[in-house]
Write a protein that binds this ligand. Structure first.
Ligand SMILES: Nc1nc2c(ncn2[C@@H]2O[C@H](COP(=O)(O)OP(=O)(O)OP(=O)(O)O)[C@@H](O)[C@H]2O)c(=O)[nH]1
Ligand SMILES: [Zn+2]
Length: 347
């Protein structure tokens, strides 16, 4: 049975100050399913349930423990199970909710310091998707870091890095080749004892490969990409919170993996996949199809292959379903820039 010191588990001083109850012990939630939890602590690794009172008083999912939470638990000698008495204040909380809808919230992970926004540099590169993930991280209190995988399969790495820097000035962008290990030195600078990292990115972008490389052995299963369409298959099974051999904690929950666009957004992109396909051929990845040169969308309109009204209705629908609230809030990306400036001062 593994046991870890609180520091190895990523404990930060803020949390330590809250821990004053001597009859209870502190641990970190590693998995959570149907109100059953796995706790990692200096005492070892065990299952836990929650005190009836916590469940009773919980008004929403936020009030229950989630992966990454620091909890105070009680475990009697000889008991195989512990009981969680309290969830300590969170330094960050990754969750996803429909715009304007507070009820329908999916909690993913707590007390994450850095979120790696993983995107592959090959055909899957999608700046809009990254932008939406970025808003989600801004909302959480964690710091975003872009990790661009499959550098070996891309010959315009610099252009893509620039496109990301345009949507998130000041945010680190790290391009890696997970097969050779190129770029990993920079990744390691964010992974150290006391820090908790989580990864977001669509299926097949190489999240498990990154984790395996950081771990130095096979932790999460990876599967070869289907050669025909460059898309990965859903391969990841069950994962949780784990401590890396060289220090640092990784949270890789199914919740983080399953983030998809909300139904309406997904359907806009499906309904207009002809425009999406044309847009992929524009010279600039972030082309707005307005005044940009070498725009495949405008070109198709000129050639009579695309109806200008269709483009208009695409735009209209897209405007409606995008995270307008968030876009307004973070439109200038001041939030991220300031967060990073603050953070760098502490380094
Ligand atoms: N050429 C190249 N291939 C890579 C790189 N990183 C990952 N791959 C390959 O991409 C495929 C998918 O990688 P995974 O790590 O399983 O992707 P994932 O994001 O974990 O996918 P899910 O588990 O479905 O969420 C595997 O065949 C990897 O070997 C890279 O940097 N270069
Ligand atoms: Zn265009």
């Amino acid at each position: 049975m593994n046991s870890y010191s609180l520091k190895q588990l990523g404990l930060q001083t803020i949390v330590e100050e809250q821990y004053k109850q001597e009859s209870l012990k502190i641990g970190r939630v590693a998995t959570s399913a149907n109100e059953r939890y796995k706790i990692l602590s200096p005492e070892g690794e065990f299952q836990a349930t929650i005190l009836g009172k916590i469940r009773f008083l919980a008004e929403s999912a936020r009030d229950l423990p989630c992966v990454g939470d620091w909890v105070l638990y009680q475990k009697m000698d000889g008991d195989s199970q512990a009981v969680i008495h309290q969830v300590l204040d969170r330094s960050s909380l990754l969750s996803r909710k429909a715009p304007g809808d507070k009820k329908e919230e999916q909690i993913m992970a707590a007390n994450v310091d850095f979120v790696f926004l993983v995107n592959a540099l090959n055909n899957d590169f999608n700046i809009r998707r990254m932008e939406r993930y970025l808003y989600l991280v801004y909302e959480s209190g964690a710091l975003p870091i872009f990790v661009l995988t499959k550098k070996d399969l891309c010959d315009d790495v610099e252009d893509k890095i620039r496109a990301i820097q345009d949507i998130a000035p000041g945010t680190p962008v790290i391009a890696v080749d997970s097969l050779s290990g190129e770029g990993y030195e920079e990744l390691y600078s964010f992974i150290k004892e006391g820090k908790t990292v989580s990864l977001i990115g669509s299926s097949g972008v190489g999240k498990s490969t990154v984790i395996n490389r950081l771990f130095g052995k096979e932790m999460q299963k990876t599967k070869d990409i289907r050669a025909s369409d460059h898309k990965g298959k859903h391969t990841t099974t069950h994962r949780e919170l784990f401590v890396l051999p060289k220090g640092g904690v990784i949270i890789d929950t199914p919740g983080m993996r399953e983030i998809q666009l909300w139904g309406t957004e997904e359907s806009v992109h499906q309904a207009f996949d002809d425009i999406e396909a044309l847009a992929a051929q524009c010279r600039f990845i972030d082309c707005k199809h307005e005044t940009e040169p070498h725009c495949a969308v405008k070109d198709a309109i000129h050639k009579g292959k695309l109806d200008v009204e269709r483009l208009e209705s695409f735009r209209k629908l897209e405007r409606e379903v995008r995270h307008l609230e968030l876009k307004e809030k973070y439109g200038t990306h001041r939030a991220s820039k300031m967060q990073w400036e603050e953070f760098r001062k502490k380094l």
